[in-house]
Design a protein around this ligand. Sequence first.
Ligand SMILES: [Zn+2]
Length: 333
Amino acid sequence: MVAFRKRLALDRSLLMAVLLIGSVFPVDLFPGSLPAPKGIDGQYSGKQGQIIVVKIPTDDVEARVQGNFLDRTVTFFPDFRQGEPKGFVALLGVDMQDEPGTHELAVEIRTGEHARQLSYNILVVKEKFRVEHLKLPKDKVDLDDKSLVRWKMEQEQVKEALATDSRMKLWQAGFLEPVTGRRTGIFGSVRVMNGQARNPHNGEDIGAPLGADVAATNDGVVRLTVDHIFSGKGVYIDHGLGFYSMYFHLSDVLVREGDLVKAGQIVGKVGATGRATGPHLHWGVKLNGARVNPYALLDLPFQQTGLHPKEQIPPQPVLSAPGTDSLGSPALH
Ligand SMILES: [Zn+2]
């Protein structure tokens, strides 16, 4: 008993000594013993369906910078513009259905064998999307068995084509609206058909005359051209690092898979193919697996000065597309 008391006293004095040393020398006495608090390196915020420009300061142009946000891989590219703070930038897509609240963006900066971890808080702010109630004849809403099989195969085709992101950033400063027309503001809206909620509308519809030119929003490579049950004739452009733009319901497709396209190049004509009630362009954008409002591209701070042309990032491991994929979702487009 006495021995126990003695030890307790000894422990106590040891603890006091540690506390004293700690207060006199405010250093980490046990380096690496505790994980750094989440979000310690900064905070960003953005609404559902928007794009957040994240900048990681570093002088090391040779570094490889990669992030993880809600299990989606976010790849950074070097931004060493004159007059701008040196570092790496990522376009972080907030999916239209990401849970509102604070989520961590974990970033790793790797130079050779050396790796450094950073942690940012991303506040996802709720967006108010429209809810539309529609009553339609049953055969207009539900797919018959044959169509359902076709739709599933088409979804697989898209998933496969978009599974491997181009490792280079192909886009340049300055994004274009693919067609001038009436924006319907339908992005993210939920359609309730005959009382059943469908997937939210994953792009923006632009009303334009039949046969109007549809231009690529930026440079990229045509990853896929389709004639699908919902999207109709469509073009998928890969802009690199997990960034894709999509153009649906075309009357004509004027590019082929593998074609390199420049911003403003005509890739097709406005049509009403697939499930469309009239001629319009369905314009969609996917960023690292997140469905974002394509018009968010036009607000990006990469409009005037631009990054260095043909800026490339060092080779990176092949990134696979995240699991959740709602491209070609069974919603009316
Ligand atoms: Zn649409």
